[in-house]
Design a protein around this ligand. Sequence first.
Ligand code: GRF
Length: 235
Amino acid sequence: MSASPRGTSVTLLTAIVRAVSEPLPIAVLVSGTGTNLQALLDSVHGHEAQIVAVASSVAGAPALDRARARGVSTAAFVRGDYAGREQRDSALADWLAARGARLIVLAGYMELLGGAFLERFPGAVINVHPSLLPAFPGVRAIEQALDYGVKVFGVTVHFVDAGVDTGPVILQRAVELADAADAADVLAALRPLEHELLPRAVRLIARGAVRSDSANPRRTLVAPPPDEAQARGPG
Ligand code: GRF
């Protein structure tokens, strides 16, 4: 789940892109177990990207242990510790900016982020969501899909805008589960997709391979990594 001011320009993302040889400083926001954070730590961290900070909305979140185990700075920003959401967002944004984060990755972050937060990181906040958006945004996405009776499930990585899980899609992948009846089973099937797609999106952004389609800002254009483009050959 995620939110911020609608219309944040994805084109501004180009401003955060670094030279390929220099890892992109990223921060990861979490609330729970942190398996997506782990996937990032095990793949892009120290390569295309450097995880410079991990912040949680929950003080004892296991995800924080995963970050600490790799020597990454951690902090908890618990809503109840602040006068309101805006104050919490402001403290969080200050902390992330002080650590030099240029891309903010929501990986199981279960809090809404207000407009002021996203203005601090324009076009540079992404989220992973366990459904094929625009279907089933918000909380309990898998349960929503099961209740609806769908046969195809999936994962979306998207930019964050003003709505709840409404920002431009970066990557999506589907999986057919025609007989699915149990949320835990669906989650188990979606996990590997999430753990592949989220690092892939970070890698693509770090390489400057994601941009907005000027003809339709809802649409992101994703250039294949050079190795894949080479394998495909001309045309
Ligand atoms: C993931 O399923 C993600 O799609 C959703 O929250 C879950 C977080 O899992 N937004 P984890 O904390 O990364 O294990």
